[in-house]
Design a protein around this ligand. Sequence first.
Ligand code: HEC
Length: 495
Amino acid sequence: MKYQLLTLLLFLMAFSCKTKQAPNGKVPNEKTDLSENLPEEEVPIKTIPIVSPENFGNAAKNYAEYCAGCHGVKMEAFADVQRGWKHGTSKEAIAKSIKVGIPKNGMPSYDTTFTDKEIENLAAYIHSGVELFNSYGFENEPDNPTVFETSAGKVKAELVFDRADIPWGFAILPNGNLLVSDRKGDLYLKQGQESQKLKNVPDVKTTFQGGLLDVELHPNYAENGWIYVSYSKPNPKGGDSSTTAIFRAKISGNSLTEVEDIFVATPYLETGHHYGSKLFFDKNGYLFFTVGDRGKRDINPQSLKNHCGKVHRIKDDGSIPKDNPFVKVAGAMKSIYSYGHRNPQGLVVNMENGTIWESEHGPRGGDELNIVMPGKNYGWPIVSYGINYNGTTFTDKTSDSKFKGPETYWVPSIAPCGMTMITNNKYGDWKGDVLIGSLRFDYVNKVSIKDDVILGEEQLFPKIGRVRNVEMGSDGFLYVAVEDPGRVYKMVPVQ
Ligand code: HEC
C-alpha cells in the first residue's frame, strides 16, 4: 500500500514537471505546440534563412569575412530594434556608412578595401537582409536546442530568466534569487518565479556598447549584502562623454540603497565602445576588473596615465592595495594591475592557485586568452595576431620579448564574452577548465587547463544563442546568458 502511494506520488510529480516547462523555454500551448511531444533532443531547430547571395555579387562573402564579426552572421546587430538605425536605412545611407565609417563608435571605413560597386552590393545585401530578418518577429524565434552532448555527457539547459534584452551580467544570491543586469539600464531581481526591476539604479549611458555591465557579489555577501555593478557612466558635467565605472550598493526590498561609486575611470571619452568591464573577487577579497581601450588604441593602452586598456585591482571599498605594481610610479594610475589590453570582457581567478585568466576581443582575428600578471604589458596595439577590420595591417609583429604574449588566441575571432571556471565535479572532469562565451558563433568555448597549461578546447552548447556571459552560481551549477532575446539558462548535467 505504502509503495502504491509512493508510485502514484512520483508519477504525479513527474507528470506535473513535464507540463510546466517547454523545451524552448516558452509557455507551452497544449494544443498547438507539437514540440512538446517530441523527445527533447529531437526538437527541430528553425533557422532564419539568410538572403539569397546570388543577386549581390560577392557581397555575401565580403559580409561574412569583414562584417559578420561585429554585425552578426545573420545581421542580428542590424535588427537591434531597441537601438534603432542611426544613420539611415536607405541603400545610399548604408553605402555611406560603409564607405566613410563611423570611427567615433567603432565602425571602420572600407573606402580603401572595396570598390564603389562592391560597397553598393554590400548595401543592397544588408538592405534586403534586414527586411527579411525583421519579418521574423519574436514569436518566430528559432527554438534553441535544450539538451547538448558534451564530453561530460548530456547537459540540459533550463530556462531560469527571460526578461532582459541583453543580460550582460548576473549573479545567483545565496538564497537562490537571481540578480540580472540588462545593458539598457535595468537591474532585475528574480525571487521565486517573480522578477522585478530594482529602483534607484544610477543613470547609465546606454548608447552603442554602453550600459549596465557586470554584476558581482561581495565574497562575504551573506554577512554584508554588498553587490558590485560596472556600468557606462555619463559625464556628470553634461555633454556626450562617458566612462567605465563601478558602483556598490545593497538591496532593500525592491530598491538599491547605499549606492556609491567606488571606481570611475579617467578620462571621460566621447567614444561609445570598448568599456570592458568584467568584475571578479579573488580569495583575498581584492576586486579585479577590466576597462577597455575605449577605441583610442594609440593613446590609451600603452600609457599608465589613464585607466583604459587595463586590468585593475582595488579593495572592496575602492581603495588601492599598497602593493599594486604601479603605486610608486609618478603619474601612473594606482589601480592598474596590468596594461596593453584592448577590450577585455572575460576575467576569472583560479581560487586554488590564484592564476588570473583574462580574455579580450582582438581586432579582426587575434582574440586573446591571457594569464594576467602584476605590472606586465600585453602589447596592444604594438603586437597582435589580428589585423584591422578593413583588412589593412597595423603591425607586422605578433610578439616581442618586451611583452607578455597570450596563452592562446583565436583567428577567426570568436568574440569572447564572459568567462568562468568550473570549480566542482558536477561536470565530468571539467574542474579547473575555463569557459568563455562566443558572441559571434553562439557557443561556449571550453579551454581545458592543467597546472596553467592549455591542453585543448571544446565547443559546448552549439546554437544556444549569442553568448553574453557565463558564471558559476553559488549552487555550484553553470549558468549561461544569451541575448536577443535575453535569456539565462541553468546548465544541468543529465544523469
Ligand atoms: C569593429 C566592428 C565593426 C565591423 C567589423 C563593421 N562594423 Fe558596421 N558598425 C559598427 C558599429 C559599432 C556601428 C554603429 C555606429 C553607430 O551607430 O554610430 C556600425 C554601423 C554600421 C552601419 C550603420 C548602421 C546604422 O545604425 O545606421 C552600417 C550600414 C554598417 N555598420 C555596415 C557594415 C558593413 C557592411 C561592414 C563590413 C564591410 C561593417 N559594418 C563592419 C561596427 C562594425
